[in-house]
Design a protein around this ligand. Structure first.
Ligand code: SAH
Length: 290
């Protein structure tokens, strides 16, 4: 993706998911640990919970591995997310291996580091572990033939992953309110393994205010919101199918990733998955003002 010339690239707020959702993770497979630099500083974590300290140092090891050893392959990134238990589903792993993240990050940035990256317009592409977490949470609602809505689709990365999962019989819809990001997301997707789905119409990306959803293809089995809302927009609950699931960060400074399930009788159950930090779901003007 080309960085837009007018982009406010480095003054942006990061979708920095707090690392503690990795804290209690036990690796599922006993893969060899990545080689560590000879002198690894000990974790400065002084929290009393030993799980938190362990997880924190694992996370640092992952970061160092990606940043320091030159391993920059999409597959290696996915394997590490599996190793640390962030990706458990085979399907999610397959899809993240198939959609190369390098096609979606701005030129000159490191695609496989587990960190959000600025994409211009005060927005970011979320970190790989955050994309993986959302795909894991939504997997059951991304079966072939289902409808998926990605609000705040940004680079188009997750919309492309959704499209591969729901396939040509389903529909994956991205809604993004910055027209330049919609244009570049289309270019990114055209270079990716989801290009045919875009061409044939089961994947589409639209300019619009995502707080209003995208009624054309509603109701949705899955709704993912990639920006933090002060409260859950009613239009999104309306456009969720009974049996459907929405994942949405909610809050201002302190945000929770909420999992919203619509029950068959139309009532909704909401739980908090983890603490996160995303850019706000707001008006285009407010976002560009920063
Ligand atoms: N999930 C995307 C982008 C995350 S950043 C990715 O990983 O690439 C959040 C995105 O939400 C930004 O692109 C921002 O422009 C968009 N956004 C914020 N408020 C919005 C709104 N009201 N309607 C549509 N998009 C919005």
């Amino acid at each position: 993706m080309k960085m837009p010339f007018s982009a406010i690239a480095y003054g942006c707020r990061y979708c920095t998911p707090l690392k503690h959702h990795l804290f209690n993770i036990t690796p599922r497979r006993r893969l060899p640990l990545p080689p560590l630099p000879a002198a690894t500083p000990r974790s400065s974590c002084k929290l009393p919970n030993p799980n938190i300290c362990t997880g924190h140092s694992l996370f640092r090891r992952m970061e160092r591995f990606w940043a320091g050893s030159g391993i920059n392959k999409n597959k290696a990134m996915v394997e590490h997310l599996q190793h640390y238990g962030v990706i458990r589903s085979k399907k999610v792993a397959e899809v993240m291996e198939t959609i190369d993240r390098a096609l979606f990050v701005p030129d000159g940035t490191s695609p496989y580091i587990d960190s959000p990256m600025p994409i211009g317009y005060n927005a970011t592409i979320s970190a790989p572990h955050m994309h993986a977490t959302c795909l894991e949470l939504l997997e059951e609602n991304l079966k072939p033939g289902m409808h998926a809505l990605d609000v705040g689709s940004g680079t188009g990365y997750l919309t492309a992953c959704f499209a591969l999962m729901v396939g040509p019989e389903g529909h994956a819809v991205g809604v993004e309110h910055i027209p330049e990001l919609v244009d570049s997301s289309v270019e990114n997707i055209q270079k990716s393994a989801a290009a045919t789905l875009l061409k044939e119409g089961s994947l589409s990306v639209h300019v619009g205010d995502g707080r209003l959803g995208w009624p054309e293809f509603a109701p949705y089995d899955t709704i993912h919101v990639g920006a933090a809302a002060p409260e859950i927009p009613p239009a999104l609950i309306e456009q969720l199918k009974p049996g459907g699931r929405m994942v949405i960060p909610v809050g201002n400074i302190f945000q929770d990733l909420k999992v919203v399930d619509k029950n068959p009788d139309g009532s909704v159950s909401i739980r908090s998955e983890t603490s996160v930090r995303y850019v706000p779901l707001t008006s285009r003007e407010a976002q560009l003002r920063g």
